[in-house]
Design a protein around this ligand. Structure first.
Ligand code: AMP
Ligand code: MG
Length: 832
């Protein structure tokens, strides 16, 4: 027989002391609990937990620096809710038959969901573990506490209160199986055994130890209470009820900064507050960010209003410059050149001719020319006639040219004789600038008058779009003027001699080098297309001190190889690097080779005019291996938003949206796509001078660094799920490149059969040296979780590039079955 002491261990102690009878009957022994446990239906428990965790493959990621491999060092931060908020939470609980614990777990689940972007999250909790069905268990002495997973789904349209009630029911159902050891639960789940099922723990102290020790003060005096708690999780929340609900977060300082936890406590408080205020709201509507944070993200970091010649068109700025420096050299190609005056005169004559052919505002004129003085004349002439230019790269496949010609229905096309054979059949009237010149030499040389306004089209550039058909992006003059006015100042173009044009005019990045010198009296040096990078090297060694070179990371890397072992004196004020993620590796080379040259990472889609944010590379190193993309340029707003178009906090990944002067009018002939990608700016402030109520949805993933700089993480469509784990291909690429022998890397997902996805890494090594995939594998093992390690490595001499100098993922050799044999390339098989 046993005696029940409902008040637990202290009651026994007190009873024995008070009665002075140490032989009072003892509580029920712990072995009875063990017996009880053995009698439970373990098959039933297995079924329960299996079902509970069905289709859950990976722990919910926390917004941390994932690469930390160091021993955890824990620290704590506290939050005490106000008596009011505590009381409101209690009444929310009481009125709806919920426990405070359920509300807190709900808030934690919501927070994890907002941090991870997942709608199905998991964390751990501890339970008292004393089975209610076992008589006398309350006073048993022994350890019952158990850690269990809490899986919470966050359906989009759910109403908060109903959802909380659902969580409460789940908790009750779970009680029956709460004795199950965590190791068994994990074993039954689909999460691999070597990965913890969850990374955070929520503990609700129903029986706060400190308080209860102090309460027994008649017979036992406990004055000096110290307890030591050790958590194995990166993040542990402990809540203690009271007049003010207190929340302590213990965190691994290798993974979380103090500021990140401070923000986290803020988010939790805002969520709890929001939950008490409107219990009937939808889950997505519950606020999350503090007012200060919102202000910082939406207003402070977008405070970019700057004066610019808003009432001017781009050719008018050029014409003003012609007045100032008529005899300065404007454009150079091989051994030919034109002064500002000459360039203007030629362009004017052609513009008059175009006007007679009907060119006026909103009329599109194609331009398909090899780099030449005529190309520059043609571009300016189209703008001066009031029209918009549509660049067609003669090296594009004819199918693509055909599509662009048909889609744009150009009435007029400027080209040159030798290219006529390359052009597919089309409707446009062609003018060959190399042959038809006499047709317009009789026109006046002065600037023509046009009705063109800053909100008229300046150009249409077709962007490839990773899937589907190319889209013509319609850019208006004021967007172009804003970018170029900003860039001439920010890149101090006037302080150097001008720029080189070493990329296609059909690539929007080229606009920087093509036009910026012409607004400040400097020269544009057009380089021939053949051996472009070699030509660039020669230009940079020619003694001309260029203001800037606009280049993609892949081309910059090619340039580094050309000069690596040479004693050359590279003369350029700044490399403006854009188009793809920039790795530290390339910039490290140039910091040594050309220490006086600025290295600027410029990010921007064609849809918002060339560049919308920049970061100047400094000595600082970045753990992810990539250089940030920085802060917005003049009159530009950047927003990192979640799927509900709500701003995400610092450190949390979201989609990048761009607003401000550069935002395009939309896509030509694609009204539906335009509506989808150019959304109404929910943060639009009509008081701002920037007159554009639209935001461009980039499809790029990004996050804020604590100092307000933005880090680019890759395309959303390069985010894949591998065995349930969310994987960012860009993140793997950046880490592979950190290996000393690797120069560049691209990772793709190869699906040999449906649902069997494998990561394949394509690698270019230093001086094409052969190195073993084992080494790379070991290197990556230290940095990446196993599911992010490619299962095959393919060594290539070079990564295939698009005509614009970006990695051409579609041209990567397809791995053929498991042998991965490529005749021209070396294959290093995967490690198991
Ligand atoms: P495009 O329209 O050709 O200018 O391509 C725009 C896309 O290229 C962006 O949406 C990004 O995905 C990528 N991109 C451009 N510049 C950068 C950069 N500096 N860093 C990383 N990605 C970039
Ligand atoms: Mg761009």
């Amino acid at each position: 027989m046993f005696t029940d002491y409902p008040q637990g261990g202290f009651a026994i102690y007190e009873a024995k002391i008070k009665s002075n009878n140490l032989n009072l009957p003892s509580p029920r022994p712990y072995k009875d609990y063990i017996l009880w446990q053995q009698q439970q239906d373990s098959l039933q428990a297995e079924l329960f937990w299996q079902q509970k965790l069905q289709d859950f493959h990976a722990p919910t990621p926390l917004p941390t620096d994932k690469n930390s491999q160091r021993q955890p060092i824990h620290k704590e931060q506290y939050l005490q809710l106000s008596p009011d908020l505590t009381a409101n939470l209690k009444s929310l609980a009481v009125e709806n038959h919920l426990t405070l614990n359920t509300i807190l777990q709900g808030a934690w689940g919501l927070m994890l969901s907002r941090y991870s972007g997942e709608k199905d999250v998991i964390f751990g909790t501890t339970v008292s573990g004393r089975p209610t069905t076992l008589a006398g268990v309350e006073s048993m002495v022994g350890l019952f506490i158990n850690t269990l997973p809490v899986r919470i789904k966050i359906p989009k349209e759910s109403e908060l209160l109903l959802w909380l009630k659902g969580l409460q029911t789940q908790q009750v159902e779970q009680e029956e199986y709460s004795y199950t050891p965590l190791v068994d639960i994990q074993g039954w789940s689909e999460v691999p055994r070597d990965i913890p099922l969850f990374e955070s723990l929520v503990v609700f102290e129903n029986y706060p130890l400190n308080g209860s020790l102090k309460a027994h003060n008649d017979s036992i005096q406990v004055t000096n209470i110290r307890n030591f708690e050790q958590t194995n999780y990166p993040l542990t929340l402990v809540a203690e009820p009271g007049e003010r609900l207190s929340i302590v977060i213990s965190y691994d300082t290798n993974l979380f900064t103090n500021d990140a936890i401070k923000r986290m406590l803020g988010h939790l408080q805002v969520l709890l507050q929001g939950m008490t205020e409107k219990p009937k709201q939808k889950l997505d509507e519950i606020p999350f960010l503090t007012a200060d944070e919102k202000h910082q993200l939406l207003v402070e970091w977008n405070d970019t209003q700057t004066e610019y010649p808003q009432d001017k068109c781009i050719h008018e700025l050029f014409e003003e410059q012609v007045e100032k420096t008529p005899n300065a050299i404007a454009v150079v190609f091989e051994n030919q050149q034109l002064t500002y005056q000459e360039l203007n005169n030629h362009a004017n004559q052609l513009a008059y001719h175009l006007q007679t052919l009907g060119v006026k505002p909103e009329v599109l004129v194609g331009i398909c020319l090899n780099r030449s003085l005529e190309m520059m004349v043609g571009l300016l002439a189209i703008l001066k006639a009031g029209g918009a230019y549509v660049p067609l790269d003669p090296t594009y496949p004819s199918e693509r040219l055909d599509y662009m010609l048909r889609d744009s229905q150009l009435p007029i096309l400027l080209t040159q004789n030798q290219l006529l054979v390359k052009l597919p059949q089309h409707q446009a009237q062609t003018i060959c600038l190399d042959e038809d010149w006499e047709k317009f030499v009789d026109y006046p040389e002065d600037n023509p008058n046009t009705q063109v306004q800053p909100d008229n089209l300046a150009y249409i550039i077709y962007t490839s779009g990773s899937t589907g058909k190319p889209k013509g992006t319609m850019i208006i003059h004021s967007g172009m003027v804003n970018y170029l006015s900003w860039c001439t100042k920010a890149y101090n173009v006037a302080a150097g001699e001008g720029s080189t044009v070493n990329s296609s005019i059909a690539f929007d990045a080229t606009i920087t080098s093509l036009f910026s010198p012409l607004l400040v009296g400097r020269k544009v040096v057009l380089l021939p297309e053949v051996n472009e990078i070699e030509e660039l090297k020669q230009a940079l060694c020619s003694g001309t001190k260029f203001s800037l070179v606009k280049i993609t990371p892949a081309h910059l890397e090619m340039l580094s190889h050309l000069v690596a072992n040479q004693e050359v004196n590279i003369q350029v004020q700044a490399f403006i690097i854009g188009g793809e993620a920039l790795s530290e590796k390339v910039t490290n080379f140039w910091r040594k080779k050309a220490p006086l040259t600025k290295l600027i990472n410029e990010y921007g889609p064609t849809e918002t005019v060339v560049g919308c944010c920049i970061y100047e590379v400094e000595k600082q190193s970045f753990p992810g291996g990539n250089i940030p993309i920085g802060c917005p340029i003049a009159n530009t707003e950047l927003y990192i938003l979640d799927s509900q178009l709500q701003p995400v906090p610092i450190g949390v990944v979201g989609e990048l949206y761009i607003g401000g002067a550069g935002v395009a009018r939309g896509y030509l002939n694609r009204p539906e796509l335009t509506v989808e990608r150019f959304i109404t700016n929910p943060f639009y402030n009509p008081k701002f001078k920037i007159q554009n109520p639209k935001l461009y949805k980039t499809g790029d993933l990004a996050r804020y660094l604590p100092d307000g700089n933005i880090e680019y993480l890759g395309r959303i469509d390069h985010q894949v799920k591998i065995r349930g784990f969310r994987v960012e291909l860009g993140e793997i690429e950046a880490l592979i490149v950190q290996h000393p022998s690797v120069v560049s890397a691209t990772v793709i997902v190869h699906e040999d059969e449906p649902e069997n996805k494998n990561l394949v890494a394509y690698i270019v090594s230093e001086k094409s040296q052969i190195f073993h995939s084992n080494k790379l594998h070991q290197f990556l093992q230290k940095k990446l979780p196993h599911y992010m390690i490619p299962s095959a490595f393919v060594q290539l001499e070079n990564l295939p590039l698009t005509p614009n100098g970006k990695v051409d993922r579609k041209a990567l050799p397809v791995p053929e079955n498991q042998n991965f044999i490529f005749p021209m390339t070396l294959l290093l098989p995967a490690m198991k």
